[in-house]
Design a protein around this ligand. Structure first.
Ligand code: ASP
Length: 597
């Protein structure tokens, strides 16, 4: 190699050693006589000193060095003079005195600072992603990502899982999102689809007897890009035969627990992972991906509200609605302006209105709360005892603020869920050292899409219903529970999976329920139905979103920060400029022509 050590390697124990380093000029300082450069490579930064009295040639070269030049330096490791140590650098006690220097490649002035963690306009950062990736933060994210994936591979390999690749050119089947399509040259008018996930292929691998499969799989979904969504993303995809729900969830729990201990020993997790039913998650947290790093649980106060004289509550309850709320700790002092702002927020989230009850400006026990301290539009319709009962139900103390929403159960749950999340954020309730994994289970197998007038799978059409609910498929599909589990962390869904249907008849019945004629099921999913006729083992699996998981581990807010070459909001890769037009010839070969809109 062109170097003997990395720029992060050298310590006092190597004093006097002759070393050769190669990397990029992070910074250059000319102190009249001496020139210093911070030399950077992937592993770190080390200070190199160019002394004209030691090597005039080296000093002359150092004079030409600019940021991001690629250089190779041979020299000797020396102790830094007392008082000039740099505790922020791992190599900060030493420096390398240059005896030989070679410029391997000069560099243009970069369009943004590489050696400082300053905000860079996204367009520029993505265009010059290869420069952005040189910066400490992104580099650390990419290294973390590698370690996460390596950990997963080792963990699964040790447990007998086979890493099997599945094709990227597959068949378009309705799987929830829009497919990316690839026109076929050899079969005019036909298209491949890029996999939204290897779902069907991994199930076929179970029919093939592979028993334990995993893959770090790239998935493609043509959906609008968001902070936690990219057109292409990476999953840890796995499938196992002869298992039930708990086998799969226990495996993933062990994987994540061990991974956290190995890679993030400073972060705390809740063990064992809490398991909430979908219904519990919705009623207590108003979300199927609750952030469990803080409480602020939603409470139902319908039974208390119905005994009050407050018309708003009573009329909502009379028409089948509910009254629910949360208690924002220490917010009893909020001003009228702040309360109005919360009201606007609640309405923007879909609430008809927000009833606030301030429990006084000073914290204390609920027992000491007086009528004078209670401030609310509803105050004159509520007795002090009723206010206390509501407060107790919501876990409030004196000095807190109750946020109450009345309306249809679903809407109330999601509005309060969003309010809970927002208050959690504003009040910084989440423990930053806690990583709150949890499983959400017992989802309904299907939900009714009123717009399209049909049943849809909550997860995907291959998810098995609970055995005891199978009779309900014909009579009450909404009540059928699916053997589906999601794994959530800090308010994000980081994965999901299920036990699958492995009997062809049940799979056909489900397709029928989803509105496919038998002929349509054959055309779309015939390969699955037929495979199930040849001895399909019971099987199930899961997929973990690696981008989201690494995003959370890295403390980032978008998955773009943990993907080497992400797309922007418009699904454009600015680094290589994709998508891009192609030639008429290329189109002709694919039997395509582009129509002007
Ligand atoms: N294929 C599913 C998904 O991508 C995961 C699974 O069921 O294993 O969400």
């Amino acid at each position: 190699m062109l170097k003997t050590h990395t720029c992060g390697d050298l310590r006092k124990s190597q004093l006097g050693k002759n070393v050769t380093l190669a990397g990029w000029v992070d910074r250059r300082r000319d102190h009249g006589g001496l020139i210093f450069i911070d030399l950077r490579d992937r592993e770190g930064i080390v200070q190199v000193v160019f002394n004209p009295e030691r090597s005039k040639a080296c000093h002359e070269i150092a004079d030409q060095l600019r940021s991001e030049y690629v250089v190779r330096v041979a020299g000797v490791v020396a102790e830094r003079p007392a008082g000039t140590e740099n505790p922020r650098l791992a190599t900060g006690e030493i420096e390398v005195i240059a005896d030989n220097t070679e410029i391997l490649n000069p560099a243009k002035t970069p369009p943004f600072y590489i050696n400082e963690d300053v905000d860079v306009e996204e367009r520029l950062a993505l265009k010059y992603r290869y420069l952005d990736l040189r910066r400490a933060r992104l580099k650390a994210n990419i290294l973390l990502r590698c370690r996460v994936i390596k950990f997963m591979r080792d963990f699964l390999d040790a447990r007998g899982f086979l890493d099997i690749e599945t094709p990227i050119l597959i068949k378009s089947t309705p799987e929830g999102a829009r497919d990316y399509l690839v026109p076929s040259r050899l079969q005019p008018g036909k298209f491949y689809a890029l996999p939204q996930s290897p779902q069907q292929l991994k199930q076929l691998l179970m029919v093939a007897g592979m028993e334990k499969y995993y893959q770090i799989a790239r998935c493609f979904r043509d959906e609008d890009t968001r902070a936690d969504r990219q057109p292409e993303f990476t999953q840890l995809d796995l499938e196992m035969s002869f298992v039930d729900k708990d086998d799969v969830t226990a495996l993933i729990e062990a994987l994540l627990t061990d991974m956290m201990a190995a890679l993030k020993p400073d972060l705390r997790i809740i063990k064992p992972f809490p398991r909430l039913t979908y219904a519990q998650a919705m009623s207590r947290y108003g979300s199927d991906k609750p952030d469990l790093r803080f409480g602020l649980e939603i409470g139902d106060i319908s039974d208390i509200a119905t005994r009050t004289e407050f018309g708003v509550f009573r009329s909502v309850l009379a028409t089948g609605g509910v009254v629910r709320g949360i208690a924002a700790p220490g917010c009893g002092h909020y001003t009228r302006g702040q309360l109005e702002e919360l009201g606007r927020l609640a309405r923007s989230l879909g609430a008809e209105g927000l009833v606030t009850i301030s429990l006084g400006a000073t914290p204390g026990s609920l027992d000491t709360l007086t009528s004078e301290e209670v401030k609310s539009v509803a105050a004159r319709f509520l007795t002090l005892d009723q206010v206390k009962a509501i407060s107790a139900r919501l876990g409030a103390q004196k000095g807190d603020l109750l946020l109450i929403v009345a309306g249809k159960p679903d809407k109330t749950a999601t509005v309060l869920g969003d309010l809970r999340k927002e208050m959690g954020r504003r009040l910084k309730l989440a423990d930053p050292n806690l990583f709150a994994f949890a499983y959400i289970e017992n989802f309904p197998l299907l939900h009714w899409n009123a717009e399209l007038d049909r049943w849809e799978s909550e997860h995907h059409p291959f998810t098995a219903p609970w055995e005891e609910d199978i009779p309900l498929l014909d009579t009450a599909p909404a009540q059928v529970r699916g053997k589906h589990y999601d794994i959530v962390c800090n308010g994000y869904e980081i994965g999901g999976g299920s036990i699958r249907i492995h009997k062809p008849e049940l799979q056909r019945q489900l397709f029928r329920l989803l509105g496919y004629s038998d002929a349509e099921s054959e055309a779309l999913f015939g390969h699955m139905l037929e495979a199930f006729e040849y001895g399909a083992p019971p099987h199930g699996g899961i997929a973990l979103g690696i981008d989201r998981l690494v995003m959370l581990l890295a403390g980032e807010e978008t998955i773009r920060a943990v993907i080497a070459f992400p797309k922007n909001q418009s699904a454009v890769d600015l680094t290589v400029n994709a998508p891009a037009p192609v030639t008429e010839n290329q189109l002709a070969e694919l039997h395509l022509c582009v129509r002007e809109e």
